[in-house]
Design a protein around this ligand. Structure first.
Ligand SMILES: [Zn+2]
Length: 375
């Protein structure tokens, strides 16, 4: 009977938890070659089913043949929901228990990555908080999807091993040739100063003055009329105080979890400007996918709602919670997550619902009604 253990990381909101993966083969079980099962304990059956199929297919389509003995993989602590980022850890643990990888090569490492049916390792969201948690727990060597290597390498102290295909990872683990990622990857730009500057805006003295007051005092801002609202809102982050290191790290982790690691703005406060057709999930986030929304991408920066009266009622009303508490709290599927969302709100509204450039014949009542949507 073979045994192997390794680790992976799972996220609830932005909180990362290390997960132990233990795999055992059952001696004497006489299944036909390639036909033996993968059993997973510590996860709800429904969420495991697709993962099991994915892992079996990925192994069959590239790595060594599936072991002849059934393998049981246990996940501790038990998880309420499976995250596909654990696929790679489950696969290497199963293969090591079956004797196809030396078990000692997978202990003391964290494996992160979702498997495709053909054995490719797909990128995952949230690599930054996951790798940060692994390093903090004393495990510095992390195997991550190649597409996420640049992001993982931003974590001080991390020894990052990029992985493209399960077969390559298995090969390298067998021969002890896993190689570190030394190139910090141009795909994740560090702090880039904002390309736009308030000094570019000519005229509009009153609006520029309002922006400066808003930045200095941390006030929210309402821009009314036909002025260049978007041009002004885009320039607000550039005059806000730069983020502290700690705030910049938190902002980068939120952007990593949202799957937009390259958008993290370094020390310049972020700008998030969702379109008025955005769904509530796009604005506030979704508990099902553990994905933060536009209000959290604005954390420590600016949330700009252009044509604010056009946003749906649930979105406009829903803004009260983060404005009060600095976070969003989402519940569903028996879970509850919180995402930080402390931002400076910039709303702008045209005087009436007529499209820009169209001659307006709105009566005062229509204009009043349009504006009243924002109260
Ligand atoms: Zn009008």
């Amino acid at each position: 009977m073979g045994h192997a253990s390794t680790r992976t990381v799972t996220l609830t909101g932005l909180s990362a938890h290390l997960i132990d993966i233990d795999a055992d083969t059952h001696a004497g079980a006489g299944a036909a070659p390639g036909d033996a099962g993968l059993h997973v304990v510590g996860l709800p059956e429904l969420s495991v089913w697709p993962a099991r199929a994915r892992i079996r297919a990925a192994i069959t389509n590239g790595a060594p043949p599936w072991p002849d003995t059934p393998v049981t993989v246990s996940v501790t602590p038990a998880l309420p929901v499976y995250n596909a980022a654990a696929d790679l850890a489950l696969a290497v643990a199963a293969l090591a228990a079956a004797g196809l990888i030396p078990p000692e090569r997978i202990t003391g490492r964290v494996f992160l990555g979702e498997l495709a049916l053909d054995g490719q390792i797909r990128p995952i969201r949230g690599v930054l908080p996951m790798v940060t948690a692994a390093v903090r727990a004393g495990i510095s060597t992390v195997v991550v999807p190649a597409a996420c290597a640049g992001e993982a390498a931003q974590v001080p102290g991390a020894v990052v091993i990029p992985a493209t295909r399960l077969a390559d990872v298995v090969d390298d683990l067998r021969h002890g040739t896993l190689r570190n990622h030394h190139d910090h990857g141009p795909e994740v730009a560090p702090s880039s100063p904002f390309a736009v500057d308030l000094a570019d805006v000519r005229g509009n003295e009153a609006a520029r003055r309002a922006l400066e007051v808003c930045a200095a005092g941390g006030h929210h801002l309402f821009l009314s009329g036909d002025g260049p609202a978007t041009m002004l809102a885009e320039r607000l982050p550039g005059i806000l105080p730069p983020l502290t290191d700690q705030a910049a790290r938190q902002v980068a982790e939120i952007h990593s979890l949202a799957g937009r690691p390259g958008r993290a703005p370094g020390v310049t406060p972020p700008l998030s400007a969702p379109h008025h057709t955005s769904t509530s999930a796009a604005i506030f986030g979704s508990v099902a996918g553990n994905r933060p929304g536009a209000v959290s991408l604005a954390h420590r920066g600016v949330l700009h709602l252009a044509d604010a009266p056009e946003f749906t009622r649930p979105v406009l009303d829903g803004l009260c919670r983060p404005l009060d508490s600095g976070q969003v709290h989402l519940t569903g599927l028996g879970r509850s997550v919180r995402y930080p969302a402390r931002f400076t709100l910039v709303l702008d509204a045209r005087p009436c619902p007529c499209p820009e450039g169209q001659d307006c014949a709105c009566i005062p009542e229509v204009r009043r009604h349009y504006r009243a949507r924002l109260t």
